[in-house]
Structures are given as structure tokens and as C-alpha cells.
Design a protein. Structure first.
Length: 79
């Protein structure tokens, strides 16, 4: 099982997030990444607050995406 470092990441579009850890989908057993925004988010239901916690599949979080004609990581580890 690959290990994803906890810490600060930058999304390829520029915003910053903090990876809190890995999670396991109890139904599918799929590996997930638990992370939170490091910027205020508006237009979410009140119960999520202004710095919501997100979950994304490990494969999606770690995959490469095409931007400006190049394949780059969706999220890059900062520290």
C-alpha cells in the first residue's frame, strides 16, 4: 500500500490544502484521501463551515492531469 505524506499540498489550479490522512471506504474498501481547504470556502451548507474537510479517492488525488499541454500532478506536496 502506497503511503501519502500528511501535510500541505497545492492543487494544480493554485489553491492549498492539508492532507489529514488516509481513509478506507467501508463499503467498497477503496482507499481515500481526507483533506481540508486552507482557504475560506463560500456557498456551502452551514454545517460544513468555512474550511470544509473533503474526501477524494486516492487514485484521483494522486493522478496526473493535463494542464497547458503537460501532464502534471493534480496535487503537489509542499511541506
Amino acid at each position: 500500500m502506497s503511503v501519502l505524506k500528511k501535510g500541505k499540498y497545492q492543487h494544480y489550479k493554485g489553491k492549498y490544502y492539508e492532507v489529514l490522512g488516509l481513509a478506507l471506504n467501508s463499503e467498497t474498501r477503496e482507499k481515500m484521501v481526507l483533506y481540508k481547504c486552507l482557504y475560506p470556502v463560500n456557498n456551502l451548507p452551514e454545517e460544513f463551515g468555512t474550511e470544509p474537510i473533503f474526501i477524494r479517492t486516492y487514485n484521483n488525488f494522486t493522478e496526473k492531469v493535463k494542464a497547458n499541454g503537460k501532464m502534471i500532478p493534480r496535487f503537489s506536496f509542499i511541506k
